[in-house]
Design a protein around this ligand. Structure first.
Ligand SMILES: [Zn+2]
Ligand SMILES: [Zn+2]
Length: 280
């Protein structure tokens, strides 16, 4: 498990990952963005972040609401554009995290393997470039999802091209690279910071925390202790003051008939009387 596994810095995926970081740093320090590039950067951050939070996390990993087959594919595409591999890869590893949270087998446990490994190292480890198909049997029955997972570089590559065609090199650097790097580290922060800093409402048997700042940066994913307590519901900010934009978007999508059967926290969950349930 992780302690015996080394991160790889020379695989094609890792080289691409570092190249995007270098390009983003160059952009921040050397390229003055125009309005188009800034709009691309902000809007592509929000759209793709929802692809990760509403799509990869709350839909594919936890099946916390239902939708049509075509919108399921849209969610896989939106999340795919964030360049965090495919929905099946993401969901399989995330389900493993919930099942083994903070145990030696937890691939990205801060407690077991330290901050760097939890935040980033495990993603660059060749041992985790594949996933356990048995964990996502409910998803592999859709050939289009298997295809887009296998060729997960297609959505981000097409998006990068589109950014270049719309905004030139500034569009590519700010619209794609800067935005992608912010997406990476805000997503990774849930695995690292949200198991380190913040408050705990529920005793969950692992180290998850609730963080207002991370909830703002991640469209509501910062309520991670709530989420570990009851991972099955689509709502992670359990109370009105716990801002959860992903949940609000899902409610809007329900209003227009695109998603349905959004799972809510029960009163027993809100009262802390529900036993913690891991999703295997
Ligand atoms: Zn966690
Ligand atoms: Zn989760």
């Amino acid at each position: 498990m992780p302690k015996t596994v080394a991160a790889s810095y020379t695989s094609p995926g890792a080289l691409l990952f570092f190249t995007i970081h270098v390009a983003a740093l160059l952009a921040v320090f050397m390229v003055r963005p125009d309005a188009t590039s800034l709009i691309l950067c902000g809007s592509l951050f929000l759209i793709r972040k929802f692809g990760i939070t509403g799509g990869y996390h709350r839909y594919f990993s936890h099946r916390s609401f239902k939708t049509s087959r075509w919108f399921q594919f849209v969610l896989a595409w939106l999340g795919g554009m964030a360049a965090q591999k495919g929905a099946l890869w993401w969901a399989a590893h995330h389900r493993h995290h919930h099942q083994h949270s903070d145990q030696p087998d937890d691939i990205h446990s801060v407690k077991q393997h330290g901050f760097y490994w939890a935040h980033l190292g495990w993603i660059l480890a060749p041992d985790y470039s594949d996933y356990d198909v048995k964990r996502v049997k409910d998803l592999t029955k859709y050939p289009e999802l298997v295809f887009i997972d296998k060729y997960h570089y297609i959505p981000p590559a097409l998006l990068a091209l589109a950014c270049y065609l719309i905004g030139g090199s500034s569009g590519l650097l700010w619209g794609f690279c800067v935005s992608t790097v912010i997406l990476y580290h805000t997503t990774f922060a849930i695995n690292s910071f949200c198991h380190l800093l913040g408050r705990r409402r529920y005793e969950t048997g692992e180290s998850s925390k609730n963080s207002f700042i991370l909830a703002i940066l991640t469209l509501g994913e910062g309520w991670h202790n709530n989420h570990h307590y009851y991972p099955h519901c689509a709502r992670q900010g359990f109370f009105w003051w716990e801002i959860d934009p992903t949940y609000y978007v899902l409610k809007l999508l329900k209003l227009v008939g695109i998603v349905h059967e959004i799972k809510e926290p029960t009163k027993r969950v809100l009262d802390g009387r529900e036993a913690t349930a891991a999703l295997g």
